[in-house]
Design a protein around this ligand. Sequence first.
Ligand SMILES: N=CN[C@@H](CCC(=O)O)C(=O)O
Ligand SMILES: [Zn+2]
Length: 455
Amino acid sequence: MVEDLRYRTIIDKDGKEVVYMAQQAMIIRHAKQVLTSQTKVPLTGNEMEDGLLVIENGAVWIEEGRIVMVGPDTDVWNAYEASGKNGAKVIDASNQIVTPGLVDPHTHIVFAGSREEEFEMRLQGAAYMDIMNAGGGIHSTTRSTAAATEAELETAARERLDEFLRHGVTTIEAKSGYGLTLENERKQLRVAKTLDESHPIDIVSTFMGAHAIPLEYKENTDEFVRIIIEEMIPVVAKEGLAVFNDVFCEKGVFTPEQSKRILEAGKQYGLVPKIHADEIVSYGGAELAAEVGAISADHLLQISDEGIEQMAKAGVIGVLLPATAFFLMEPAAKARKMIERGVAVALSTDRNPGSSPTESMPFVMNLACLTMGMTPKEVISAATINAAFAIGQAEDVGSLEAGKKADVILWNAPNYTYLQYHVGVNMVDTVIKNGEIVVGNRIVIQTESFTVSEK
Ligand SMILES: N=CN[C@@H](CCC(=O)O)C(=O)O
Ligand SMILES: [Zn+2]
C-alpha cells in the first residue's frame, strides 16, 4: 500500500488512533510561557538560571520540521502573516507552557529482563556493588540480554522509548554494556541503530564494553581490557555503531589507569570519551574525565573538590542522575557546589534495570530540585540545552531557536515553577518531534479548510 503522505496517524493519550492532515506550517500560539535558551556553549554558573529565557504569551512557528521563529505571540503571528503564507495549523497553548523537547544524555535502554528481586534485597540491606560482585547486577542483565534475540531486545527497548516520548523526551543517548563480548555489544548497538531509524526519538549511541568485568576475567582484568581495546573498539568504530566510548571507572570494576587506556584507545578510533565517575566511592574519575578530554562525566555522587575544579577548567559536563541516587538510597550529588564552581550540569534518567528503572525525566527534574537544591530554571537548562551539549547535539536540539529541529513539548502547567512543584505526575500534553505531533490529541484550529478526523 502506498502511504498517503498528506495524512499522519498519531496515538492519543487513551491509546486511540487519530488521523490528521499534515501540512507545512504549524504555529503554537498564546503559550503562557515559552522557555528556551540561546547559547553556543553549555550554560555554567549563573547562566544556568539567567540563560533560560522566559517569553510570556509566546509562540513558536514551525515549518518542514524546523523552527522558523520563536517570540512573543504578536511578533510571531505578525511575521507569519507578513510572509504571505497561509494554511498553517494553529495550536492554542493558552493554558500551557512550552519547552524544547527534553534530552536524556545517559541511558542503558537496550536490555532484556528486570531486577526487582535485587531491589527487594537492597531494601533488606544488601549493597548494589555486593550484588554485582556476587554475579548479579550488571552480570544478571548481561545474561538475559545474551539470551534474547535482536527482535526481542528491539520490542523491549521500543516500549521504553514510547514511555520516554510520553514523558517529553525527544532525543536520548543509549549505551551498550550488557553484551561484554564483541558480538553481544554489536547486537545491542544494532538494536539502538534500528530504533533510531524507526522511532520518533533520536538516539545517539555509546559503546560501553567497559561496563563490567565478566566473571571469567575477574582474576585477569587486564586481559579483558586488552580485548576491549584490541578487539571491540576497532570493530565498533569501523561499523559506525557508536559516537561515544564510556567506562565504569569504579573500585572493583575498571581502575582509573585501565579506564584511561580504554578511553585513549577509543579516541584513536574517533570515539569521544564519557565516564561513569565517582559513583560509589571517590576514585579519581572526574579528574580522569578532565585529563582525557571527556565530553561528560556522569554520576559524580562522590566527586572530590579537585575533581570539580578540573572538570570546570576542562569544560567537562557533569551529567547528574538524581533518580539513581534516590533509587540506591544514596546521598544526592552536590549539584550546588558544581554549579557554583563553574561545572555545566546536565540531568538524565540513567534508565537501566538495576539502579534507575524509570523513563521519567520530569521525575528526575523534580528530584533535582528536591534532593540537589537546583532551581526550577537551572533544571530546565540542565534537561534541555546542557543535556544536548553532553551528547554533542546542541546544534540541532536542546533549545527553541530558528533552524533547530522542531522538537517541542506542551505542558499542562501555568508556569515553569509549577512544573517542578506539581510532583510525580506527567504533565506532558503534546509532544512535537521534527514538526509532527507524535503524542497528544490537540484541538487544532485551522486557518484554512484542513480537517482533523478520528478513524
Ligand atoms: N553504574 C553503572 N552502570 C549503570 C547501572 C547498570 C545496572 O545496574 O544494570 C548506571 O549507570 O547506574
Ligand atoms: Zn549509566
